[in-house]
Structures are given as C-alpha cells and as structure tokens.
Design a binder for this molecule. Structure first.
Ligand SMILES: O=C(O)[C@H](O)COP(=O)(O)O
Length: 339
C-alpha cells in the first residue's frame, strides 16, 4: 500500500479527473470520488462519518504550510528566541536499536528501538526540554522517528509533533488539520530518506565482531569510519554525505535561516557526515568522530555560521549546554508559562 493508503482508495481517487480547486466535500457531492470506507489511511479506518464531515476548502492549508509560515501569533507567542536572529539546531542519533543491542550492522534495515533505546530517547527529551523546537526532521527509518517522538513527550512547550504525509495529493488532503489553534500547538515532522543511515551493503545483518574476526579489525574499522572507502556494495561516508549534507543544505538550512529552531533525529553516519560539514572537519579528522546513541548535540546557527554549544559527554552530565542569551530567555518564558 502506497503511503498507507489502500490501492482501492487510490483507485477511487485516481479514476476521476476533477478540478484541483474542488474541495474534498465538493468532490464527494459531485460524485467525483467514491466514499472511501473501510479503507485505511495511515492505519486509521476512515469511516463514512469521517468522510462526510471532512470540510476541506481552498482557504484551509495543510499543517505544514501554516506551521511553516511565520507565526501569526501575538508578541507573547512570537518566540523571544527568534528576535535575536539565531536559531537552535539539535542533532540526535537515535537511541539504541534492537540490532545495536545484538551488535549487528544495521544500515538501511528498518529496525525499532530496544528498551534501552526507548529510555535513551526519553532521557534525551529531558535534556532538550527547554530548547525551542519549531520543526523536526527525521530519516525514513523507524528508530529515528521513534527517538524524535519519544524525546518530544518530555518537551516543556508541550507542542504535538505531527508526521507530515506529503507522499501524494490524497495523503496531503486527508491529513489536513482544520483548526488554527491546533496547528499553532503542533510541530511538523518531515521524514526524509536522504537522512537515512548509510547503506552498509553486504554487511547489513552481520555481527560486527564476527565480521572483524573474518576480515580483520583494521579492515572493518576502515569500512566503518573512513571517509571514502565503502563496505562491500555499500555506501562510503562520502556517498552518504552526498545525499545527507545536500538535503541539509537544500531543505534544513533555509529553515534555520528563517529563524526556525530545528531538531534532526537521524543516524550515526548520516549525522557524522552532517557534523563534518558543520564543524568543517577534514576526511582525516572525521575518522575519529563517534556519536553515542540518544545524546543530543546543540548548535546555534547565527549569521550563516554554526557554533557548537556543547552536548553532555556522558549520562553523568545531564543536559550541560552553553545556553545563549536567546535560549536562556526562551527557558525563562517556559518557566513563566508552566510554573
Ligand atoms: O548501521 C549501523 O550498524 C549503526 O547504526 C552504525 O554502525 P557503525 O557504528 O558501525 O557505523
């Protein structure tokens, strides 16, 4: 099923061509689309009643459009943090996955978090709970998405992260939100395959220790940490950077430039490639860059530059970040809002 919508539902929509500006309601009335009943969209059955109450109109925009556009809230809503034309960037490698737990090469295999990984994601949420987040980018893999959603359950602003479904016109239309207030209390989550973990080729599913025993420790370290040497039929870090850093520069950096505070939940290597870009590391320096699971890193984007503001080096340092004045003001407002 494409995008979680049954082929029947897609067929029902695609069997007619109708003017794009017709709302879903108008399409229903004109019989341009059959009622989609007992079909599942994103796992929720869209009942006949739900269909009949959908009132899409030209004036309504999807969550992503409204939430993307500058806040129309009053001054108290407008984030003090944005006035200082800096933006916070949080990077977080997903919590431990079930294959990390088994010490298997994972790459683009889509495995969930382990119990420990779930706790790491929640702990990460506590560490970033007073740092502003307006937009979340994840990879297309569940371990990164679980990490983002679990972390946000502990964010003090209590906004609701909503995964955007833009895979088709129907997905966009059927996932619209029809309340301005609700939209203001939401955070768009964009899943992008470009942020996926590097594809580990023929190592995926192999045990890391057994692989080192078979091919030698040095060879496996070279595959895992070098910049331009790929694993057998897999991606080198350089190849991973070509998609991950390109996506960061094309899709994420403009959001930071517009003052949006962003969190990226991704993977050990896709984030290593992004940090290499942010910290201007050489292909030699990046070899020693290792990221722990579930430990958030904080950058401030200001005047076109990324300044790393620290991250806890270990569980002992709970959330030790060098707050900027803007971040401190945001935290103060949270203290005032939620005594
Ligand atoms: O894909 C994997 O196996 C892990 O996410 C990262 O693996 P690595 O630490 O060997 O790069």
């Amino acid at each position: 099923m494409a995008g979680g919508v049954s082929s029947h539902a897609i067929e029902a929509f695609q069997s007619h061509s109708y003017p794009n500006n017709f709302s879903y309601q108008q399409k229903l009335k004109k019989g341009l689309v059959r009622l989609v009943t007992k079909d599942f969209i994103g796992g929720n059955c869209l009942s006949r009643r739900d269909c009949s109450v959908i009132r899409s109109s030209a004036s309504q925009t999807s969550v992503i459009d409204t939430l993307y556009s500058p806040s129309r809230g009053n001054t108290s809503e407008r984030d003090t943090h944005k006035k200082s034309n800096e933006a916070a960037l949080i990077l977080i490698r997903h919590g431990e996955s079930l294959w990390n737990e088994k010490n298997l090469f994972t790459g683009c295999v889509d495995v969930p978090l382990s119990k420990k990984g779930i706790n790491e994601a929640i702990e990460a949420g506590k560490r970033i709970s007073s740092i502003p987040v307006d937009l979340i980018f994840t990879s297309a893999l569940i371990r990164a998405q679980m990490t983002a959603m679990l972390a946000m359950t502990h964010h003090r602003r209590r906004k609701v992260p909503i995964i955007m479904h833009n895979e088709s016109e129907q997905a966009r239309e059927w996932s619209q939100v029809f309340s301005e207030d609700t939209k203001k209390q939401s955070i768009p989550v964009i899943a992008a395959w470009q942020l996926n973990e590097r594809m580990y080729g023929e190592l995926q599913g192999l045990n890391k220790q057994e692989t080192a025993d078979r091919y030698g420790k040095e060879q496996v370290h070279e595959w895992r940490r070098s910049y331009d040497i790929p694993p057998p039929n897999g991606e080198s870090l350089e190849m991973c950077a070509q998609r991950a850093v390109a996506y960061f520069r094309d899709q994420i950096e403009p959001q930071l430039l517009s003052g949006k505070n962003v969190m990226i939940s991704a993977h050990g290597n896709s984030l290593r490639s992004i940090i290499m870009y942010l910290d201007k590391l050489t292909s030699q320096e990046v070899i020693s860059l290792e990221l722990s699971t579930g430990i958030p890193m904080l950058y401030i984007f200001k005047e076109g530059r990324f300044i790393r503001r620290g991250s806890p080096v270990g569980p002992a340092e709970a959330g030790v970040y060098a707050y900027t004045r803007g971040l401190a003001l945001y935290k103060q407002r949270l203290d005032d809002m939620f005594q």
